[in-house]
Design a protein around this ligand. Structure first.
Ligand SMILES: Cc1ncc(COP(=O)(O)O)c(C=O)c1O
Length: 401
């Protein structure tokens, strides 16, 4: 099997643009929360392809509808009607309270659409409001608009100049937000739970400041729910837990369960300012993507997966708190539902290979945080096994200090 790995790595090294620093594992198969590499080694997946495989891997129901749709009709373009896009938009509307959806193909496109729609809103109102307020630990994607409201200098600096008129305020600092938002602000954008920035839910006080700033100035609020949305935190969207009422919401990742699909959800007020031709995409909302997304939403919200998040999420949290009590390198446990971060006293980089060595997949983010986004279908027994493996990995890393 070493041959397989050499082939894969060598070919990529020669021909794939080198923008990803991959772990030295070639995954070839999955089943539920388990992944298997080319040598047949099993891994418990506590990352779900960064929050995508909400139903786990090779879900038989999802596989069935994707195959059925592929044999019926995959794509028509947005020049024609098909029966599924309206159904998906209707379902997203009932979950979010925002009546309209623009369906796209990825998270960054969903954010991009939200930024454009916010600009269009003020353009239609003939009020020259251009400024976006974003958070200093934000991540919203890699295209120019999304990157412009992403704070990390490493991602931004080589591509400057980005969009002008973006101001960053300290995450969860209500006074800083209140001071920054004015009648020049087009929109505030924030992840309801900061993801890449280290799994930090917005605090109720900060959410209240966002609400007050919007009420005072008329600024729009864009909730980025790409990582935190669709049942991951135990709510359809975490903005609901915070009592926020966004005008725009970006959705992605879990929506297609691995089939690429995203969406910008839009209030009627904002929708009223958009016209035919203002935005578009060739692939967005094709039959295959919509069929997959409808299935995923059905499983999460009608099929008991969302309830599983609440029940197993509470157990997951207890087990993580036990890990914190046991390992001095774990400083803090943050998150909700099945979206968790372990803040370490040191760089979390070593936990990833140690985890792979013990047969568990986790991720490091914001340098010192171990990020955990397991499939939403994970069972209590699987949590015990997977976190047992993480326990061993943390032990090995702590002992190596
Ligand atoms: C909160 C948030 N917004 C936007 C994005 C970008 O999504 P994508 O990678 O699908 O473009 C991500 C991806 O990690 C994300 O976590």
């Amino acid at each position: 099997m070493a041959m397989v790995m050499d082939d894969v790595v060598g070919r990529e090294a020669r021909h794939v643009l080198q923008t990803y620093k991959r772990n030295p594992v070639t995954l070839v198969r999955g089943e539920g929360v388990r992944l298997y590499d080319a040598d047949g080694r099993e891994y418990y997946d506590l990352l779900s392809g960064i929050g995508v495989a909400a139903l786990g891997h090779a879900h038989p129901g999802l596989a069935r509808v994707v195959a059925d749709q592929a044999q019926t009709l995959i794509h028509t373009s947005n020049l024609f009607y098909h029966p599924l896009q309206g159904q998906l938009a209707e379902r997203l509307a009932s979950l979010s309270g925002l009546p309209r959806a623009f369906i796209c193909n990825s998270g960054t496109e969903a954010v991009e659409a939200c930024l454009k729609f916010a600009r269009r809103y003020w353009h239609t109102k003939r009020a020259p409001r251009q400024e976006f307020i974003a958070l200093d630990e934000s991540f919203h994607g890699r295209t120019f608009g999304s990157l412009s409201v992403t704070s990390d200098e490493h991602y931004r600096q080589p591509f400057e100049p980005l969009l002008p008129s973006v101001r960053f305020v300290r995450t969860n600092d209500p006074e800083a937000l209140t001071a920054a938002v004015s009648t020049s602000t087009a929109a505030i954008i924030a992840e309801s739970v900061i993801g890449e920035g280290g799994i930090k839910p917005l605090t109720p006080a900060f959410a209240a400041a966002i609400k007050a700033a919007c009420a005072r100035t008329g600024a729009l609020f864009i909730a980025d729910e790409i990582q935190s949305g669709l049942g991951r935190t135990g709510y359809p969207f975490y903005f609901q837990a915070l009592g926020l009422e966004p005008h725009l919401v970006s959705v992605g990742k879990a929506l297609g369960g691995g089939v690429p699909v995203g969406a910008a959800l839009v209030s009627q007020d904002v929708a009223d300012t958009l016209s035919f031709g203002d935005h578009g995409t060739t692939y967005g909302g094709n039959l295959l993507a919509c069929r997959a997304a409808l299935f995923v939403l059905g499983e999460i919200f009608d099929g008991g997966v969302g309830d599983n998040v609440k029940r197993v999420g509470a157990i997951f949290e207890q087990r993580l708190r036990a890990l914190k009590a046991k390992h001095t390198i774990v400083k803090e446990v943050r998150g909700a539902g099945l979206m968790w971060g372990l803040e370490l006293t040191r760089d979390a980089g070593a936990v990833v290979p140690a985890g792979l060595g013990h047969g568990v997949i986790v991720n490091r983010t914001a340098e010192t945080v171990v990020r955990l986004l397991p499939p939403l279908v994970i069972t209590e027994a699987e949590v015990d096994e997977a976190l047992g493996r993480l326990d061993a990995a943390l032990g090995a890393v702590g002992a190596g200090e």
